[in-house]
Ligand binder design. Structure first.
Ligand SMILES: [Zn+2]
Length: 314
């Protein structure tokens, strides 16, 4: 067969999926009516469910594309579509803070929290950072690149687990998922040098990756997902709405005396977010902001443009 650099693509009519025992394979037509059947190696467990969906007829197959990686490995890229349940209409959300102290903290509107942290992740990130500096100094760019790829694989794997747990937690409490919109943070710092930018991207992409994975899994599970402006969620007191002091993993409010875990406080603010990106008005409703049920307000355009809460916060 002549060597080609272009991917081989065929539409949904021209390829078939088979399953014999536990082995999946695809067959497709070659030139002059010759048919070829190739077994598939499944490298991600959830792909099996998708392939089974095609076989069962619940999933619709699209085109099949065969691409060869730089290392010479062939990949079958299959596009699949299927119906997912519409996100349940819920006025309740869990707030997810992607904290500095914990990888993620999810808090329900009632204040129940799920702390997700893997001690070893921070450990290996520090380990990688030190190694990276050494390699940079020595000018070993190839080794450096390999190291970065290895690190990113680890983070992707961890985010996969985190997002799964977050969606399960939301579902268990009948909530949607609400995360901080971090794009503003990134833009405001974009004018820095490329080197600093590269470092910043390294710091931020794990958060984006977690967001994408969570949104994707939420969609599949019928769990609502939304992003809200990040301003002040970590500085606001979850009890009274005043601006407090965040110091590492501690949060304290001078106004009402509340003291708590900083990530939990931020997550709780996200969960009880009333549609104000900045708590300008520090008028405290009776009983505090916390505990006020989030009222579904008339939605105007983007989901975060909602009217102020019912208790005269505006
Ligand atoms: Zn307070």
């Amino acid at each position: 067969m002549p060597c080609t650099r272009l991917p081989l693509e065929t539409n949904n009519q021209n390829w078939t999926l088979h399953k014999v025992g536990q082995t999946y394979s695809v067959s497709f037509g070659l030139l002059r009516g010759v048919k070829k059947r190739v077994p598939l190696a499944i490298h991600q467990a959830n792909h099996e469910a998708v392939l089974d969906g095609i076989l069962a007829g619940t999933h619709k197959k699209g085109s099949l594309k065969l691409v060869q990686s730089k290392k010479g490995v062939w990949y079958a890229c299959i596009s699949v579509s299927w119906e997912v349940p519409g996100p349940s209409e819920t006025p309740r959300f869990i707030g997810v803070d992607r904290g500095q102290n914990h990888l993620a903290v999810a808090v329900t509107p009632e204040g129940r929290a799920l702390f997700l942290s893997f001690g070893w992740v921070r450990h290996i990130r520090r380990h990688y950072a030190a190694k990276r500096r050494r390699l940079q100094k020595a000018g070993k760019h190839r080794t450096l690149k390999r190291l970065e790829q290895k690190e990113s694989r680890t983070i992707r794997h961890v985010n996969h687990i985190l997002s799964k747990k977050l969606v399960a937690f939301a579902k268990e409490h009948g909530c949607g998922i609400r995360m901080e919109d971090l794009s503003g943070i990134r833009q405001s710092r974009q004018r820095q040098s490329t080197r600093a930018q590269a470092d910043l991207n390294r710091d931020f992409w794990p958060y984006y990756d977690l967001e994408i994975k969570t949104a994707y899994k939420a969609l599949g599970a019928g769990v609502a997902f939304e992003k809200v402006p990040a301003a002040y969620t970590s500085k606001t007191c979850r009890k009274c709405g005043a601006i407090g002091v965040r110091n590492r993993h501690r949060f304290r409010c001078e106004r009402c005396g509340y003291r708590g875990h900083a990530d939990h406080n931020a997550g709780s603010n996200l969960a009880n977010w009333l549609g104000l990106s900045c708590p300008v008005v520090l008028e405290v409703p009776q009983g505090g902001v916390h505990g006020t049920p989030h009222q579904p307000s008339t939605r105007l355009g983007p989901s975060w443009v909602s009217e102020p809460g019912p208790k005269g916060l505006g």
